[in-house]
Design a binder for this molecule. Sequence first.
Ligand code: ZN
Length: 105
Amino acid sequence: MICSHCNKRIHIDKIVEQRGKGFTSQIRCPACGAWLGRSAWLLRIKLLGFYLALAASLVAWWLPDWRPGCIVVAILSVIALFTANLMDQLQVVERPPKVEQHFDR
Ligand SMILES: [Zn+2]
């Protein structure tokens, strides 16, 4: 994983702070302190694409009359699935608190 805020590689065993559960879980970058998460709608597209492709394949298998339409639906679902997979990256949910800089003269 690479932090989208500081572009540093995040080691899984170095993640100390985590919040949320399941799809909306977020992690805190150990290097810069930004909260990172995956977008929930991409995960929904992935799940939807997976089940739609599965359902269309089953219908195409059982109902030969519906086969052409179902194959198109299955192919589109798989394309959506792969596109969502490619776009799935960690996003900055919350920027780290800015460190105040003091310039002593
Ligand atoms: Zn970072």
